[in-house]
Design a protein around this ligand. Structure first.
Ligand SMILES: [Zn+2]
Length: 304
């Protein structure tokens, strides 16, 4: 009896205990699975929203990209138009002077000389704090590179005047191109970098005396293709004083009597012209005019 009661009391108790245990284990597993699935669900949800965001960003980037591409195409087209206009402008413009509404007068000095005269020129310009434009032949730049380096260091600028002072109507178009390129090479070599100039001055004005001739148009086309404008002048001395005695006093007087706002003065690297430079610079200032380089005259105020 005692045994039976022991067994009958023990066995059901042990069975329901293990059931409860199993039930609890199951419950824990289900709960764990539930929690696991829920976190998975949350992770997927967050991934999905990340993906959505990413897709939106991608769309936005693609739209921006398309807009940029369109802008790039527009700029290229605009650039092409400007290039054409520029070329037309260069090949149809011959500059004799700048804007007449300014008080600026460009000082341009042509050809070449030895270091002594160039240094003297630079010293005069330094004394008056004036920047000028020089048109040396390439052969002179090649011969004395240091003084032209000094000129650039002082803030002056160089324009193309051919390598050999070639008279352009007397040589073939190919030779004209060679003369221009050779000048560029000599200047690049002397300065140690690719020097850019917009200015070309025809030696002896050759080819630019009757500006509507076919020859002039051909030359202008070549010069424009090299990215330059032909620069003439409205005040020069060689022809103006050809029937007079050519003295420093006369040179100074002629320049001061004729210069006005926008003028381009043509001097040469000669002892007489360079000796006149201080009186020309101070005389211009006394008349309310401001001597300057071609860039300062043409690229700031010149209205085409
Ligand atoms: Zn010359």
């Amino acid at each position: 009896m005692a045994d039976y009661s022991y067994r009958s009391n023990r066995q059901p108790k042990s069975k329901s205990g293990s059931r409860i245990f199993l039930f609890l284990v199951l419950l824990v597993i289900i709960a764990a699975l539930g929690i696991f699935s829920f976190t998975q669900y949350l992770a997927i949800q967050s991934l999905q929203s990340d993906l959505e965001l990413f897709r939106e960003n991608l769309n936005q980037v693609e739209t921006e990209n398309q807009q940029l591409r369109q802008r790039y195409d527009d700029i290229i087209e605009e650039n092409e138009k400007l290039r054409e206009e520029n070329h037309m402008l260069r090949s149809s413009t011959i500059i004799n002077h700048g804007n007449r509404d300014t008080n600026k007068v460009a000082i341009t000095i042509d050809d070449g000389a030895g270091p002594e005269l160039i240094n003297q020129t630079l010293a005069h310009l330094r004394d008056y704090d004036v920047k000028a434009t020089f048109f040396p032949m390439g052969s002179w730049v090649e011969r004395y590179p240091e003084i032209w380096q000094q000129a650039i260091e002082d803030g002056h600028e160089l324009g193309n005047h051919t390598y050999n002072h070639a008279f352009l109507t007397t040589i073939s178009e190919d030779r004209v191109r060679e003369e221009l390129t050779h000048w560029q090479e000599a200047v690049d070599e002397a300065l140690g970098y690719n020097y850019k100039t917009l200015f070309f001055r025809p030696p002896g004005m050759d080819g630019f005396t009757s500006i509507n001739s076919n020859k002039t148009k051909q030359l202008q086309e070549i010069i424009a293709n090299k990215g330059m404008f032909p620069i003439l002048w409205d005040i020069e001395l060689v022809y103006a004083l050809r029937n007079e005695s050519y003295t420093t006093a006369r040179v100074t007087e002629h320049v001061l009597a004729n210069a006005r706002g926008g003028s381009i003065v043509l001097l040469h690297f000669t002892h007489i012209d360079i000796a006149a430079l201080p009186a020309i610079l101070s005389g211009l200032r006394n008349r309310g005019l401001e001597p300057c380089s071609l860039s300062e005259l043409l690229l700031v105020d010149f209205k085409l």
